[in-house]
Every structure is written in structure tokens, then in C-alpha cells.
Design a binder for this molecule. Structure first.
Ligand code: F0G
Length: 352
């Protein structure tokens, strides 16, 4: 097997790069597409269910696909600094790829509202971490204004190169399955990823790599569901901090994706998200972060509503790794038992 060279080299002909573009890569992409038969049996019998485990990217989320593009293009354009607002993963990814490129990275995060693993990444890669006393939407407004006036490149998904990179996840799925799935389910926050996937599926079909297009089904958290409600949510709330967003930047293109694909955007409650989060870890051995499990909660909802026919191929994107947010995992799990360091004390706990 030849060595995986990261998404820019592997999907070069679908990306806006030239021989002059410096490729800033950490080997992102090539993430596992895991068949989840046990989970399917439980939540959607008869469905051929797959998990696209994007937590296996270099910084533990799908953002790396977009960031390799955004940082490479920023360096090509001569940028010395980049900036983003983030609920955590974008900041971790920007910090890592920025470090790799040797440029300055500024990240704005909502104070106290991002998972600790993500904060540790941004800090460790020496980004300038600015906590704003506000939410993601306010931080995004600020970075948009600053990048328009200062020599600092915006690397949020408003940057078109981010979407270009992220579309490669759809292409990998098609390469793995031999065709596009029937239904694609994913979490929606700022709505860049659903936009990117749809673009990837369409381009692959246009290039005759696939014969069909999936229905795009996006799920928001009920406390942060502006697209479902049809209006901006001023004070979004959810346990899934990664998608705690009340005014998504790619709102319109997400609507286009669901319209063109005969899909939909719906919502699930925090309770449903945490249930799915625990289930996928227990049934399949796959540890994702809470926001990622929104897609699995979405599959449960679709299945219960009779919307997934038998034989349907469904792919769920698990956007980020569970280790990003160990606090939530520990909080909902059975606690470890502490015993004396003797054979008998431990043996008493074995129920075999
Ligand atoms: N899942 C995770 C783990 C995320 O971090 C995000 C977005 C999403 C889903 C939603 O993707 O925004 O493209 O609809 N995180 C951004 C961030 C906002 O700053 O890390 P989306």
C-alpha cells in the first residue's frame, strides 16, 4: 500500500491548488468508515449503517481537512497570521496547522464554553487564545471585522478553501463504498460541513465516480437550532458545545444542500444526544464527542419516524474524537471503584 499523503495530494484534481501551492499537511483524511451492524440492529434494523470516524484526523476532528487547505492557501498568498472564532475544534486545528506552517494564529473562543481537550490543543500549539465573554456568534462577528481591516487571514468556514478541503470526506466515503450512500446524516453547527459534503458528493457524481447522490440529513441540538426554527437563536444552549451556535454562517448553503438532495434539517434534544453518545461507545467501541453523536441521535429519530427503509445505506459522520471532552464522558459514565490492592478485593468485583 502506498503512503497516504493527506487530502491535498490525494484529491488534488478536485481542489483549487497548483504546483506553486505549498502543501501544509499533517496527513489528514483517510479516516475509518466503520460498519456498525450492532448499533444498526439496535437503532435502525435492516439499515446498512456506517460511521465515518473523523475523530481520527490529526487533531481529532474533521476540521483538519479544511485547515490543510485554508492554511496552505494562506501561506501561498503570503499571510503571516490567521484568525478564527471557534467552539473549540477549529481553534485546535488552526493552531496545529499554523504551527506547522510557522505563522501566527489567533483564536477567539467563548469563555468557559469549550471542551478542555480542545483548549489544551490551541494552547500547546502556541496560538494566541482569546476568550471572549460572549458566545461563538459574537466571536465570529468580531473576527470577520478584524480580518477585513488587519493583515490576518480568516480561517473559519466562510473561507471557501475550508469547504473545499472538507468536501474530501464525501469523496472518501464514495471511494470506500463504491458509490454514494443513500442517506448521509451529520451534525450541523455553523453549517459549513453539510455544505462541504454536498459539494463533494455532487462533484464526484459529475466526475462519474458515483451513480447517485445521498439525501443530506442535518441535525442541530434543540437548544441551538436556528435553521430548524427559522430564526436566529440569541442565547444558544446545549451540552454539545461544539455546535452551540445561534446564527450559522453557512445557513443558506445548508438549506440549498437539503433542498437539492431532498433531505432535511431537524433537531434532537441534549438527552437524545447523550443517549446516542453513550450507545455508540458501548455498542461499537467508537468514542466520539457529544456534538458528533448528534448524527447518531438523528438516525434514531429518522428510524423511529419510519424514514429509513430496509436496505438503505446510511453514513453518519462522527465529527470529533471523544477524548476532546473527557469531562462529559466521565460525568455520564459508571465511576471507577477503588479497592485495596489485594487479589481477593479485586476478585470480588468480577461477575464472571
Ligand atoms: N461537530 C463538531 C465536533 C464540531 O466541532 C462542529 C463545528 C460541528 C460538528 C458542526 O460543523 O459548523 O460545519 O456545521 N465546530 C466549529 C468549531 C464551529 O469552531 O470548531 P459545522
Amino acid at each position: 500500500m502506498s503512503r497516504w499523503r493527506g487530502i491535498i495530494e490525494e484529491y488534488r484534481k478536485f481542489l483549487p491548488v497548483t504546483a506553486q501551492t505549498p502543501v501544509i499537511t499533517l496527513g489528514e483524511g483517510n479516516t475509518p468508515l466503520i460498519r456498525a451492524a450492532r448499533l444498526a440492529k439496535k437503532i435502525a434494523p435492516g439499515v446498512d449503517l456506517y460511521l465515518k470516524y473523523e475523530g481520527m484526523n490529526p487533531t481529532g476532528s474533521f476540521k483538519d481537512r479544511g485547515m490543510t487547505m485554508a492554511i496552505s492557501k494562506a501561506v501561498e498568498a503570503g499571510a503571516r497570521a490567521v484568525i478564527c472564532a471557534s467552539t473549540g475544534n477549529t481553534s485546535a486545528s488552526a493552531a496545529a496547522y499554523g504551527a506547522r506552517a510557522g505563522i501566527a494564529v489567533y483564536v477567539l473562543i467563548p469563555a468557559g464554553k469549550i471542551a478542555l481537550g480542545k483548549l489544551s490543543q490551541a494552547m500547546m500549539h502556541q496560538a494566541t487564545v482569546i476568550q471572549v465573554e460572549g458566545n461563538f456568534d459574537q466571536a465570529l462577528t468580531i473576527v470577520k471585522e478584524l480580518s477585513a481591516t488587519y493583515p490576518v487571514e480568516l480561517v473559519n468556514s466562510l473561507n471557501p478553501f475550508r469547504i473545499e478541503g472538507q468536501k474530501t470526506a464525501a469523496m472518501e466515503i464514495c471511494d470506500d463504498l463504491g458509490d454514494a450512500p443513500t442517506v448521509h446524516v451529520l451534525p450541523v453547527g455553523n453549517a459549513g460541513n453539510i455544505t462541504a459534503y454536498w459539494s463533494g458528493y455532487r462533484e464526484y457524481r459529475a466526475a462519474n465516480q458515483t451513480t447517485r447522490l445521498p439525501r443530506m440529513m442535518g441535525f442541530q441540538a434543540a437548544g441551538a437550532a436556528p435553521i430548524v426554527l427559522g430564526h436566529v437563536v440569541e442565547a444558544p444552549q446545549t451540552v454539545a458545545t461544539a455546535i452551540r451556535i445561534g446564527n450559522p454562517a453557512s445557513w443558506q448553503s445548508a438549506l440549498t444542500a437539503v433542498k437539492e438532495s431532498s433531505g432535511a434539517i431537524d433537531m434532537v434534544t441534549d438527552e437524545e444526544i447523550l443517549h446516542a453518545y453513550a450507545l455508540v461507545a458501548r455498542e461499537e467501541g467508537v468514542f466520539c464527542e457529544p456534538a458528533s453523536a448528534t448524527s447518531v441521535a438523528g438516525v434514531i429519530k429518522l428510524s423511529q419516524a419510519g424514514q429509513l427503509q430496509e436496505g438503505t445505506t446510511v453514513v453518519c459522520t462522527l465529527t470529533g474524537h471523544g477524548l476532546k471532552d473527557a469531562d462529559t464522558a466521565i460525568g455520564i459514565s459508571r465511576q471507577p471503584q477503588t479497592v485495596k490492592a489485594t487479589r481477593d478485593d479485586v476478585a470480588r468485583l468480577l461477575h464472571v
